[in-house]
Design a protein around this ligand. Structure first.
Ligand code: SF4
Ligand code: SF4
Length: 502
């Protein structure tokens, strides 16, 4: 057993109002510069919808993530080292600007400098790439609130007609997305230059800008399309999980500014020796359970002793015990990973939305808060469980149903309790309610500060990625070899991330 710590996030989709504040604040901090105009480290998609870049979930086309080989190992879907070598100068499976969108601004000078005349001056859209006037035909959230061609959603395409129709009638929900800082990141394994790495101390996946040669294999390798190419510097960039903030105990910018207060941050302890086996289970629908099994109980004395022995500091262990992410992911099992079938073991988790069902029940004259009605509705009225399952559990409805039933039971319990009708108090439900409805800042974000004195020792540690194709280290990547940088200087990163030149 090799215990490692992972900083992880949970988002409660019931509360997301699609305001895009998280995306905008993230952009202002990280990608508001030349070459990154089209980039949104955090974006919010309406579901059903095509997402950003468009139809990124169509892995037949984009070849992201891992596939299981016949002998039970893992192989990058986009191909191993030989194929990479052949395509290194012209990677064929890259999204183009057409798939993202052409970023634009407006020519505001016409508003202020136009001579007096009969016509009202208009600020024309101008391409931020070419500087020429352009017609705006798409954007990063073009599907917003079902505004786009929802039937082109790759997940909806897989469902039968009846489900599609009922789904489109039923509701929409918002899905905020960022890099999942996966336990088994295919982006890291795809990098021929060893520039991408997973930090040993907290599992944050980063790109070493000095080592990146701009091959863009990581862009292809990430099935979530959360690595981006900076056209100005010629380097790959991605969400950093705001590590300069995390290192001093502050939440990520997207979490701090989230209007719905729906994001939770905390530590998970996991067994790095079991990651590859968990990602390689034969049946895709077993991947969620395998991912859960890798996560260890920090309250178990044996695990705690082993964690301390592995060099995890006492205050990190204490934080893991208080982690809201651990409670929602492992104890209550209400938070699920996005597309576990990509076999990357993502560490951003989602609580599927329940609210529309309550509203739908209330509209039919039924008590939308009664437990019996809610449970019945999950099985019958709410056919989109299949759609949610296609997002969060490789098509297996059981984990989604469990999550929704738990949320429904909590609602019903609290409703009865508030009306003075609850027979017995239920501490587990009280705790879940507190976590989901009332949790204060310090309960939502349990982030231990970094131990800079351990930086050198951590450089000797190994990354959790074990490689692929029979345990061999991933092609030219950091997999299985010492992590090059553990704790970087904030000023160095700021300088890198804000300069416009390579
Ligand atoms: S989502 Fe996973 S595979 Fe994609 S960039 Fe992030 S860590 Fe890598
Ligand atoms: S800021 Fe919060 S509520 Fe608004 S879109 Fe982002 S995740 Fe949703």
């Amino acid at each position: 057993m090799r215990i490692m710590a992972q900083m992880a996030m949970v988002m409660n989709l019931d509360k997301c109002i699609g305001c895009h504040t998280c995306s905008v604040t993230c952009k202002q901090v990280w990608t508001n510069r030349t070459g990154m105009e089209y980039v949104w480290f955090n974006n919010v998609e309406s579901r059903p919808g095509q997402g950003y870049p468009r139809r990124y979930e169509d892995q037949e086309k984009w070849q992201g993530g891992w596939k299981r080989t016949r002998n039970g190992g893992l192989k990058l879907k986009a191909g191993g080292r030989f194929k990479k070598l052949l395509t290194i100068f012209s990677n064929p499976t890259l999204p183009s600007l057409e798939d993202y969108y052409e970023p634009w601004t407006y020519d505001y000078r016409t508003l202020t400098d136009a001579p007096a005349g009969d016509d009202v001056p208009v600020a024309q859209p101008v391409s931020q790439i070419t500087g020429r006037p352009m017609a705006v035909t798409r954007g990063a959230n073009w599907d917003d609130a079902l505004g786009g061609p929802v039937n082109q959603d790759p997940m909806l395409e897989k469902l039968n007609e009846q489900v599609k129709l009922e789904y489109e009638e039923a509701f929409l929900f918002y899905l905020p997305r960022l890099c999942n800082h996966c336990l088994n990141p295919s982006c890291v394994a795809s990098c021929p230059s060893g520039a991408m790495y997973k930090r040993a101390e907290d599992g944050i996946v980063l790109v070493d800008q000095d080592q990146c040669r701009g091959w863009r294999m990581c862009v292809t390798g990430c099935p979530y399309k959360k690595v981006y190419f900076n056209h100005s510097t010629g380097k790959a960039e991605k969400c950093t999980f705001c590590y300069p903030r995390i290192e001093v105990g502050l939440p990520t910018v997207c979490s701090e500014t989230c209007v719905g207060r729906l994001r939770y941050l905390g530590l998970l302890l996991y067994d790095a020796d079991r990651v590859t086996a968990a990602a390689s289970v034969a049946d895709e629908q077993d991947l969620y359970q395998a991912q859960l099994d890798v996560i260890l109980d920090p309250n178990d004395d044996v695990i705690a002793a082993a964690a301390l022995n592995a060099g995890i500091p006492q205050d990190w262990l204490d934080a893991a015990r208080k982690s809201p992410v651990y409670q929602l992911v492992k104890e209550y099992q209400v938070a699920l990973p996005l597309h576990p079938e990509y076999r990357t073991l993502p560490m951003v988790w989602y609580i599927p939305p329940l609210s529309p069902m309550v509203n739908a029940l209330a509209q039919t004259g039924h008590d939308g808060e009664a437990q019996g009605n809610l449970f019945g509705a999950i099985g019958s009225l709410r056919i989109p469980v299949e759609y949610l399952a296609s997002l969060f559990s490789a098509g297996d409805p059981a984990p989604v149903t469990w999550s929704l039933q738990t949320l429904a039971a909590m609602r019903a319990y609290m409703s009865k309790k508030n009306l003075g009708e609850a027979a017995d108090s239920d501490p587990a439900m009280d705790r879940l309610y507190r976590l989901l409805a009332l949790a204060k800042y310090e309960e939502r974000y349990v982030i231990p500060a970094a131990h800079t004195e351990q930086a050198h020792q951590l450089e000797e540690a190994v990354c959790s990625v074990a490689g692929y194709e029979g345990g061999e280290a991933a092609f030219g990547s950091d997999s299985g070899r010492p992590v090059p940088v553990s704790i970087e200087s904030f000023h160095l990163t700021k300088e890198r991330q804000t300069r416009d030149q390579p």
